[in-house]
Design a protein. Structure first.
Lengths: 363, 283
């Protein structure tokens, strides 16, 4: 069993509290992605799992065994680094064989495993080359190959695709996904890119300032963000937010501000008890907005002024101004609008989310 | 490279470069000419009509014969080589290990220790030879090669340590981390990954250390006394300058042959040396 348990882990650097009590249960064969802005402690967390950084407080277990004091070589993990960290003086073959040589595998077994990995990753033709003669994508494959030949308990990835250009990144993303489906090795993957996180992860962990914000399957994070931060981080273009006051008028609950007066759907309204008469943040994703027609009720639409319209073919991204706040809407590609035009946008009520104005937690 | 018109390239690049080269190479030219010039031409005053300082039509090997036959020059060469090689080996060994430790092991006071080592390097030899000669006498090492082999590292180790420290810092730490995850102990990661990657840096430290000990003068002058123990720089000066008489021919021949090994060492490793000093490792 190669499950990984991170229990109340802290990391203090000399004068900086980088990881502030992270707890996470990673199941056997699971692909978990840590995502968050730069500096939120993702790499530090991963390096503590790898044993490259001491753990200030808490426990890390790999396969039900506490590894806090174990050196990296005894943890049976493999790590892929952002800058690949290929050994520049060794051929591709030797790069992949190094870990096996260190572990005293016999020559035939090393050759079998390296060739097998080279087959899977399609780098058979480059085995005798030095890393500097390879392209970025090929180097990335070698780095992956070096990780898989050892057949470790856990793969750790630290932003492995961020040095590649956009097209190659998408390609390698698919490649990594396939690799995981084939090998089914427990993986922890760090990235700052929420698209990578959503597409790769069985589960995604959103971090900020050394703390976990939410853990969940990609769709769960998208549909039920635990707080305003996760709501804004997951999804592209990002969710729109508007400051509103919660009011009850004649049995119905409304979120109002000078430019909109939106009726809160029944289910959410039931939870609004303690928030009545108080400010709350309304959240709505661009894809839950559309050009309003006569069928859209007054209290599920609002007026906005078009600033820029970006035609993407499959959709139009509208940058709007609604009262004081900027909004983004994704609408049908056939819509015709001009800059500075005043339009009315309808809201899909299922897409409405509300967040406490002070704690930012979802209501 | 200077871009643009031909005249610009001449004025701003080729001409200054040529002047610089002439300036640098002239002493070598002078050494060679003087080595082969007969005594009769060497000692005539400059105002004589037949004074031709830059060329000779009567080359002679007399000075070479004197140098190799009448002095112990070959023994000096051997002494210098032996001392320089052993002192360089010791300093390189210590410098590589110390440089690695100071740049990679984050122990308490590493930065302070690094600075202290550098300050040691700044203590002038002209001061240091006084206490050192006391030590050499106490251990009765005077007038043996070991007096120099053991005192050269006092400036070579700080020098190598600093050069290697800088170089190791330019090697991405992920290389080593990856090796340690791959199953290498710290010493294995150092031996199989870091040192091979740092070869250009090690080579340039080696060339520098070798040159410094080859040319060293003060310690050699103070610690060695008998002619058959001397190194080339000291031997040439003390045996070929008698009172105020300079044996210019053999002197220049000695200087010429004394600089050949260093020149060979440089030309051999020049490429690694350049990349070692500019120091960049690509993964
Ligand atoms: N060796 C270190 N010493 C001090 N602070 C560090 C060190 N490594 C990282 N940090 C700090 O810890 C925070 C988290 O870093 P990191 O885990 O690398 O973030 P990221 O989520 O971008 O990977 C950052 O603010 C960084 O400046
Ligand atoms: Mg990072």
């Amino acid at each position: 069993m190669s499950n990984v348990t991170i229990r109340q882990v802290h990391k203090h650097y000399a004068d900086f509290h980088a990881v502030k009590g992270v707890s996470l249960e990673i199941k056997d064969k699971e692909f978990v992605v840590l995502v968050g802005p730069s500096g939120c402690g993702k790499t530090t967390t991963l390096r503590m799992v790898a044993g490259l950084e001491t753990i200030s407080e808490g426990d890390i277990m790999i396969g039900n065994k506490i590894v806090n004091e174990l050196p990296p070589m005894d943890r049976d993990i493999a790590m892929v680094f952002q800058n690949y960290a290929l050994y520049p003086h060794m051929t591709v073959y030797d790069n992949m064989a190094f870990g096996l040589k260190m572990r005293k595998f016999d020559k035939a077994e090393i050759a079998r495993r390296v060739n097998n990995a080279a087959d899977i990753l399609d780098i058979k033709d480059h085995l005798t080359r030095k890393p500097r003669m390879l392209s970025g994508g090929q180097r990335q494959r070698v780095a992956l190959g070096r990780a898989i030949v050892r057949n470790p308990k856990v793969f750790l990835f630290d932003e492995p695709l961020s040095n590649l250009d956009a097209k190659l990144r998408v390609q390698m993303r698919v490649e990594i996904k396939k690799l995981h489906q084939r090998l089914a090795t427990t993986s922890i993957y760090v990235t700052h890119d929420q698209v990578e996180a959503m597409t790769l992860g069985d589960r995604v962990v959103v971090m900020k300032d050394g703390l976990i914000q939410q853990v969940g399957e990609p769709l769960e994070l998208y549909n039920n963000p635990a707080n305003r931060y996760v709501a804004g981080f997951i999804g592209s273009p990002a969710m729109n937010f508007a400051d509103t006051m919660i009011e009850e008028v004649g049995g119905a609950v409304y979120a109002t501000n000078p430019t909109m007066r939106i009726r809160v759907p029944e289910q959410i309204a039931a939870r609004m008890g303690p928030h009545k008469g108080k400010p709350a943040t309304l959240g709505i994703r661009p894809e839950d907005l559309h050009m309003a027609s006569g069928a859209d009720p007054e209290d599920l639409s609002f007026e906005a002024v078009v600033e820029v319209a970006e035609q993407l073919g499959a959709e139009i991204i509208l940058d709007l101004k609604a009262g004081g706040s900027a909004m983004v809407a994704s609408v049908e590609p056939t819509v015709k609008v001009k800059p500075q035009q005043k339009i009315r946008l309808g809201i899909n009520p299922a897409g409405l989310r509300f967040f406490d104005a002070t704690t930012e937690a979802a209501i | 490279m200077i871009e643009g018109a031909v005249w610009r390239r001449w004025v701003f690049f080729r001409l200054p470069m040529a002047i610089f080269l002439i300036f640098l190479l002239f002493p070598f030219y002078w050494m060679i000419i003087t080595t082969f010039r007969p005594d009769g031409e060497l000692y005539i005053p400059w105002y004589r009509a037949n004074y031709k300082p830059f060329w000779t039509w009567n080359p002679t090997t007399a000075h070479l014969k004197y140098l190799f036959g009448e002095t112990t020059f070959l023994i000096w060469m051997w002494n210098t080589t032996f001392i320089a090689v052993v002192a360089t080996a010791i300093s390189l060994f210590c410098g590589v290990l110390a440089g690695y430790a100071l740049s990679r092991l984050n122990f308490r006071g590493a930065a302070l220790l690094g600075t202290t080592i550098f300050i040691t390097y700044l203590v002038p030899q002209t001061l240091l030879f006084i206490p050192l000669s006391e030590i050499i006498r106490t251990y009765s090492l005077g007038d043996t090669p070991w007096s120099l082999i053991l005192s050269y590292p006092t400036f070579l180790i700080p020098f190598c340590t600093w050069l290697m420290m800088g170089y190791f810092k330019s090697v991405p730490k992920e290389l080593e981390e990856c090796a340690r995850i791959d199953g290498a102990a710290r010493w294995q990661a150092m031996l199989y990954i870091i040192i091979p990657v740092a070869v250009p840096g090690i080579l340039s430290a080696m060339i520098f250390a070798f040159t410094l000990s080859w040319n060293e003068f003060i310690y050699a002058l103070v610690f060695l006394s008998s002619p058959e123990q001397k190194t080339v720089p000291v031997g040439v000066i003390s045996e070929l300058v008698r009172g105020d008489v300079f044996f210019w021919g053999p002197l220049m021949a000695g200087a010429l042959f004394g600089s050949i090994p260093v020149a060979i060492a440089y030309s051999f490793f020049v490429e690694q040396y350049v990349s070692g000093v500019t120091g960049s490792v690509k993964g």
